[in-house]
Design a binder for this molecule. Structure first.
Ligand code: GLU
Ligand code: ZN
Length: 475
């Protein structure tokens, strides 16, 4: 491989399910490497497994990449459209004596090899000279020697051939297996760097044997970089059953794609100066495979959320309004769509932007503006039921607010004065008012919110709430 040439990398997902955050990290690192080195980023869908490769999963891959902002320079190629290439490679390997036909069923192999020390196929058909047609083909793995995977991240990893089996490269119906199609395409597409998850490291020596069989033993192999696996807080491999691992989940929670990429970039890679909060541009400028380490990377939702909040704070306010309202349009919200008023949202947005870590957190913070009556937090309401001070505060508020001037400062001062009168600090004095108006104990600044909501609605809510907590008072 000409190391001076612009690199070519590929992201090669198999469409076998929802899009995993680990796949997102692999895609991102390939993309970053390509952008950093003015190379080419190829998307290749590895859909040779017809039973599992469903069309909706292919569109899931495309929409995930589009959301992350990882545009590809070539592709998507689809392996299912490239069978002629694999058939040709199989014939060349067969003619070169690298393969043999195997007529054993899976059960037969299991039965024969039950007690064996080295697991896997026992070479039963290796010297039988069976005809190729209608049989699976296996690669004649050399009996001696070692294949060394030189990996930028993990150093030299040795695979002694005696521990490797004669692996299958095509099925009895002549459809190619992953390892064959993968290598044939990497050769055909001129891939210079194979950047992928650590789970694929065990198949790499097989790929190298194929690569040499097809291109000659002196061939210059691509650079391999196997990215560290992602683990949860218990250092367990991220799993679908235990952890939220689909990219879709995070999209639905309202994470920003650029924040998500920022966080993913830190899963295995470190900025040379330890910077954590970065734009895509900054990441591209400093990314290098040499700075990727091999220890498992903890997928920390708390940190992801913190980084998302920081990115939200960095948006300019118009962008925050535009992007968050567009996002609200795509998710389930507790208010009727036609009740959402853009004017109101524009006025409250600055209060929200400072306080949320994800767009998802916006909903409970603004719902009371767009609902006829607020969603009451049960615990908050119960703590106020039958409470005399609450009743007094609500009665005073109803009186005072009906004709004071409707401005933040005035509402603030009059509430403080009411509190004084009954010996309550402002925070305690405003608590029942906040629950009455917003339904909750926490939220955006109360008096500013009341100004935006308007006197009429505030008074109506205070009235309704006073009745509610009085009616449920135990006799
Ligand atoms: N298609 C393989 C997978 O999704 C990855 C192939 C590769 O990156 O080499 O597991
Ligand atoms: Zn056999």
């Amino acid at each position: 491989m000409d190391t001076n040439a612009a690199p070519k990398v590929r992201f090669a997902p198999s469409p076998t399910g929802y899009f995993h955050v680990g796949s997102a990290r692999t895609a991102l690192f390939n993309w970053l490497f390509a952008r950093r080195n003015h190379g080419t980023f190829i998307l290749r869908i590895e859909d040779t497994d017809e039973e599992r490769g469903r069309e909706e999963w292919v569109s899931g891959i495309l929409s995930a990449l589009a959301w992350l902002g990882l545009e590809c320079d070539e592709g998507p190629y689809r392996q299912s459209e490239r069978y002629a290439l694999y058939a040709d490679a199989l014939t060349r390997l067969w003619d070169g004596g690298y393969l043999y036909a195997c007529g054993c069923s899976h059960e037969e192999v299991l039965e024969r090899t039950k007690g064996n020390q080295t697991p896997g196929y026992d070479g039963h058909c290796r010297e039988l000279g069976l005809a190729r047609e209608g049989r699976a083909l296996r690669f004649r793995t050399p009996r001696d020697g070692t294949t060394v995977v030189k990996d930028v991240i993990r150093g030299a990893v040795e695979f002694p051939h005696r521990a490797m089996e004669d692996f299958v490269v095509s099925k009895a119906n002549s459809s190619p297996l992953f390892v064959l199609a993968n290598v044939v395409d990497d050769i055909d597409m001129g891939i210079t760097h194979v950047i992928r998850g650590e789970d694929l490291l065990p198949s790499t020596p097989k790929g190298i044997l194929l690569w040499k069989a097809l291109e000659g033993s002196e061939v210059e192999l691509p650079v391999f970089a196997h990215l560290p696996m992602l683990v949860n807080e218990k250092r367990q491999k991220l799993s679908k059953r235990r952890d939220p691992v689909s990219l879709e989940y995070y999209r639905e929670q309202g994470y920003l794609p650029e924040a998500f990429c920022n966080y993913l970039s830190l899963l295995g890679w470190n900025h040379p100066l330890g910077k954590e909060l970065m734009t895509m541009k900054e990441i591209v400028q400093s990314f290098s495979l040499e700075d990727v380490n091999h220890s498992p990377a903890f997928f920390d939702v708390v940190k992801l959320t913190h980084i998302d909040g920081e990115h939200i704070r960095r948006l300019d306010s118009d962008e925050f309004i535009a992007r968050s309202s567009a996002w609200l349009d795509t998710v389930t919200v507790p208010w009727e769509r036609h009740c959402f008023e853009m004017d109101t949202y524009q006025r409250i947005a600055h209060l929200v932007q400072e306080r949320v870590a994800t767009f998802g957190e916006i909903i409970p913070m603004v719902d009371f503006f767009f609902l006829e009556s607020p969603v009451y937090d049960k615990v908050a309401v119960e703590s106020l039921v039958g409470n005399e001070t609450t009743q007094r505060m609500l009665t005073m508020a109803l009186n005072t607010f009906s004709d004071c001037s409707w401005e933040t400062d005035t509402l603030h001062e009059t509430t403080a004065a009411m509190g004084n009168e009954i010996g309550l600090k402002l925070s305690k004095a405003q608590a029942p008012i906040r629950v009455a108006v917003t339904g909750r104990r926490v939220g955006p600044p109360l008096f500013e919110s009341m100004v935006i909501l308007g006197r009429e609605k505030v008074l109506a809510r205070l009235q309704a709430f006073a009745t509610l907590v009085a009616r449920t008072t135990p006799e």
